[in-house]
Design a protein around this ligand. Structure first.
Ligand code: MG
Length: 178
């Protein structure tokens, strides 16, 4: 396809990148709803974990935001739907989290397919970082879910895990560039 400038994103890719900004912001939204649920269950460590996760999602959104601008595209902020706010248990929360991260991974793969088809190398480079990031996201959620399922939410195990998750602090992911 003919391109006027070296850094011009196709209309399709620009739309998909803007949609991805929305999904990353929605992830932050969703994780805040989970933080609120955990707070209501007096699990302040879990609450902290999801607050930090929401920060990370906002960071992801801003990474796409800055990229679109650098590529001379126009960012469009789209509306967010209300996320699920009520959950059966923290195990249920982590099941939903893993499901959601799998959806995000499928989105990153879709973007990668389009960028590859269009041979848009700058976008491919950005997306490689996200492919690796998604492996980490899915793995960390899976690890916690497995622990919850193993201990069956017995109060001692839950207390220990809550203490552990209270330690999490937000640090911009390694090799993030921006
Ligand atoms: Mg994300």
């Amino acid at each position: 396809m003919f391109k006027e400038g070296l850094y011009m994103l196709s209309k399709r890719l620009l739309e998909e990148l803007n949609l991805q900004i929305k999904y990353e912001l929605y992830s932050a939204h969703y994780y805040l709803a989970m933080a609120a649920y955990c707070a209501s269950e007096d699990l302040s460590g879990f609450e902290n974990f999801f607050k930090v996760q929401a920060e990370e999602e906002k960071f992801h959104a801003m990474k796409f935001f800055d990229f679109v601008n650098e590529m001379d595209g126009k960012v469009k902020i789209l509306g967010l739907e209300e996320p699920q706010n009520d959950f059966e248990s923290v195990t249920d929360v982590f099941k939903k989290t893993l499901e959601h991260e799998k959806f995000v991974t499928s989105r990153i793969y879709k973007l990668m397919d389009i960028a590859t088809e269009e041979r848009e190398h700058a976008t491919i480079s950005l997306l490689k970082w996200f492919v690796d990031e998604q492996i980490e996201e899915e793995n960390s959620m899976k690890t916690i879910l497995t622990r919850l399922e193993r201990m069956g939410e017995n109060s001692h195990g839950l207390y220990m895990l809550d203490q552990e998750l209270a330690q999490r602090v937000f640090t911009p992911p390694a090799g993030s560039g921006n």
